[in-house]
Every structure is written in C-alpha cells, then in structure tokens.
Design a protein around this ligand. Sequence first.
Ligand SMILES: CC(C)(COP(=O)(O)OP(=O)(O)OC[C@H]1O[C@@H](n2cnc3c(N)ncnc32)[C@H](O)[C@@H]1OP(=O)(O)O)[C@@H](O)C(=O)NCCC(=O)NCCS
Length: 157
Amino acid sequence: MSCLLRRRLILIRRAFIDDLDDIVRIENCSFNDPWSAESLAAEFERPFSKIFLFTESVSEGEDKDATPKILAYIVVWLLCPEGEIVSLAVDPPYRDRGIASALIRHVLEIFPNICWALEVDTLNIPALRVYEKCSFTRKRRIKNYYGNGRDAFLMTI
Ligand SMILES: CC(C)(COP(=O)(O)OP(=O)(O)OC[C@H]1O[C@@H](n2cnc3c(N)ncnc32)[C@H](O)[C@@H]1OP(=O)(O)O)[C@@H](O)C(=O)NCCC(=O)NCCS
C-alpha cells in the first residue's frame, strides 16, 4: 500500500452526472478506443448501471473546502442475479496502489449474491492481475472479442 493511501482518507462513493468530466478524462487516458462522453453520460440514465468513484479526500491541515480529486471509476451493470463489470479505469499516476482492487471489492461487498462476469483483453496483464486478486477466474477465451484479432477472457466469480 502506498504512502498516499496510508496518509489520506480514501472515499468510495456513487458517481453523479456532475462527475462526468473527470470520468471522461480518466477514460480518455486509459483506453485506445474510449467510450465517448455521450456513452458515459448515458450510463447515468440506465437503471441497471451503477458507477462508483474512488476519490482522495483532503488531509488534515489542507483546505477542507477543496474538492476531493477523483482517482478512478468503475461501471457495473446489475441484472440480478447477474452482474457485469463493464468498465474500470484508474488515473495513470495513481495506478499500482491497490485502487482498482479496492473499487472491485467494494462493489462485490455491497452487491452480494451476484454472479459476476466480465471480459478482459488477454494481453491486459494489470487488469488480469486485479481481477484474479479479487477472486475472478478465467472461464474461457473469446476469440476476436475486440476485433483486429484481439481476444478476451470471460472471467467470472
Ligand atoms: C487495470 C487497471 C484498472 C488496474 O488499476 P490499479 O489501481 O493499478 O490496480 P491495482 O493496483 O489494484 O493492481 C494492479 C496489479 O497489477 C500488477 N501489475 C501492473 N502492471 C503489471 C505488469 N506489467 N506486469 C505484471 N503485473 C503488473 C500490479 O503489481 C498489481 O498487482 P499486485 O497488487 O499483486 O502488486 C489500470 O491499470 C487501468 O486503469 N488500466 C487502463 C484501463 C484498463 O485496462 N481497464 C481494465 C479494462 S478490463
């Protein structure tokens, strides 16, 4: 766990439409083929879509009115009894600090008794590591899932 995570109070909260610009910013620097701002905005309208943010709170001694910086987001679809992690990204300077794992574990905890699934690029080593740390296992390979010959693993809990 990094110094940053030890020093500061970390908050995970539901996202609101006012958070869209930050979500789009992280999306754009995380994916070669990012969702558009319109697609991300549409997620707020879908009753089965839930978006959570990992934010950094203000430390003791800092300006208490400062807006906590948004460090990461996760989008999940809840179609009970099934659930899917449909998007997850961490702001690049804040990666490898356990943030994605914390977001996933939060979602798994607050939505229990769900059969979770996701698709992940077979070459995305950090994402595979995160999902396996969070108890997802590789169910099968989906050939050419992303086009251009890129395969995905279907992972489930
Ligand atoms: C994938 C992603 C969400 C992970 O976020 P994160 O907050 O860095 O994840 P965590 O810190 O919880 O865990 C990352 C793990 O990957 C490991 N890792 C990172 N890069 C690695 C590499 N090149 N090789 C092997 N392991 C690697 C880290 O060491 C860590 O594992 P550890 O805890 O056992 O040390 C982040 O890299 C990201 O936003 N990537 C771009 C968007 C993306 O690919 N999203 C997933 C779509 S399915």
